[in-house]
Design a binder for this molecule. Structure first.
Ligand code: UD1
Length: 341
């Protein structure tokens, strides 16, 4: 079976994708610098799949290390590139760190891929490239809006770097996957999201509040022009998202792509409000969540959810798991991590 490199393969989405790749029979090599992950994730992957992926601790900013890696693994057929910094707030205070981590490393990787006889490349992009879209649901042809943060800008620039490279490197094919809001964990509770410090994202904040690490969830604003006044997002189960990576990779490996560079939205197509997410959590966990409505968070868009037609029709992929499934798995994971199963 083909050898696939997964950068950032010990992270949240990366680890779930490694599981799906191994279950589909691929040989997986992980590169991760452990800056926002732990080697223990390998154990979880091994328990689920019965196989330990090859792991190389490499910082992709070290160009020579990346070169040496590809000399050793010159039989890599595909790369799924997750490794990146992702804290929106931090990117505002440390823009150069974000451009170096997210763009510099992408350039090094593509330079190496250019040397291979053939390469398939999957890029982690984000619905953040659309900003507040004028029309909902959001299709892939919606205009890319001025980025709100350096983090968001690295996703936009990253897409452009790949698109421009594919135009002139015939051996390279790429797909950018624009994720909506990934949540949940593997149903085994062997792997899941491990935010460092105070979570910025809604679902880990909910589960940490329920388990008693956080006092109270602040719901940021209930005066938005939405049915219940809270913001709407498209929460996609991380296992569905991981499976989409395998499907996208296979599209490239089997030359089924229509263009050398393509983009797909990955979402459920259904928007949920913050309060709907809170209530889904309460329903599946049986826990009452301590939350309070506070003022709006700066930079939040009102509403975003995916038009899934292109992914459904062209990739032949659709989500199978519900918001309830995601909340239950996130809760099981939180309880396991805190030793409170
Ligand atoms: C955020 C990032 C986005 C990134 C995505 C990854 C920002 C501005 N955007 O998106 O770039 O791709 O995560 O998943 O950070 N909420 C609360 N209380 C909380 C936390 C969140 O009410 O304590 C609300 C937010 O106002 C928002 C929703 O929950 O309406 C989802 O928030 P979050 O999980 O941070 O995701 P996004 O803001 O959509």
């Amino acid at each position: 079976m083909d050898k696939i490199l997964v950068t950032g393969g010990l992270g949240f989405i990366g680890s779930h994708t490694v599981v799906e790749l191994q279950e589909a029979g691929y040989e997986v090599v992980i590169i991760d610098d452990l800056s926002n992950s732990s080697e223990k994730v390998l154990d979880g992957i091994t328990v689920i799949t019965g196989k330990t992926p090859i792991f190389e601790k490499i910082d992709l900013k070290e160009k020579e290390a990346v070169e040496a890696f590809f000399k050793k693994h010159n039989d890599v057929k595909g790369v799924i590139h997750f490794a990146a910094s992702k804290a929106v707030g931090e990117s505002v205070t440390k823009p150069l760190l974000y451009y170096e981590n997210n763009i510099g490393t992408l350039v090094y990787l593509l330079k190496e891929l250019k040397k291979l006889p053939e390469a398939s490349f999957i890029f982690s992009s984000s619905c953040t490239v659309y900003g507040q879209a004028d029309e909902l649901p959001i299709t892939e042809s919606a205009p890319v809006k001025q980025a709100e943060s350096p983090y968001g800008n690295t996703k936009q620039i990253g897409e452009e770097v790949i698109r421009d490279t594919c135009k002139v490197v015939p051996s390279l094919k790429a797909i950018a996957l624009r994720y909506f809001n990934p949540v949940g964990a593997h149903e085994s509770a062997e792997i899941g999201e491990l935010p460092i410090g105070v979570p910025q994202n809604l679902v880990p904040f909910i589960t940490q509040t329920a388990i008693g690490i956080r006092e109270q969830l602040s719901v940021f604003g209930d005066d938005y022009p939405t049915p219940d006044g809270t913001c709407i997002r498209d929460y996609i189960h991380v296992v569905d998202l991981a499976k989409a990576h395998v499907v996208a990779l296979e599209r490239l490996l089997q030359n089924k792509n229509k263009e050398s560079y393509e983009t797909f939205n990955l979402g459920t197509g259904k928007g949920s409000s913050v309060l709907e997410v809170v209530h889904a959590f309460e329903r599946v966990s049986g826990e009452k969540l301590n939350y309070k409505i506070v003022g709006r968070r700066e930079g939040d868009i009102i509403s975003a959810y995916a038009d899934t037609n292109k992914a459904n029709d062209e990739l032949g992929w659709k989500t199978e798991l519900s918001l309830d499934d995601a909340m239950l798995s996130a809760w099981k994971w939180e309880q396991k991590v805190r030793g409170k199963e």
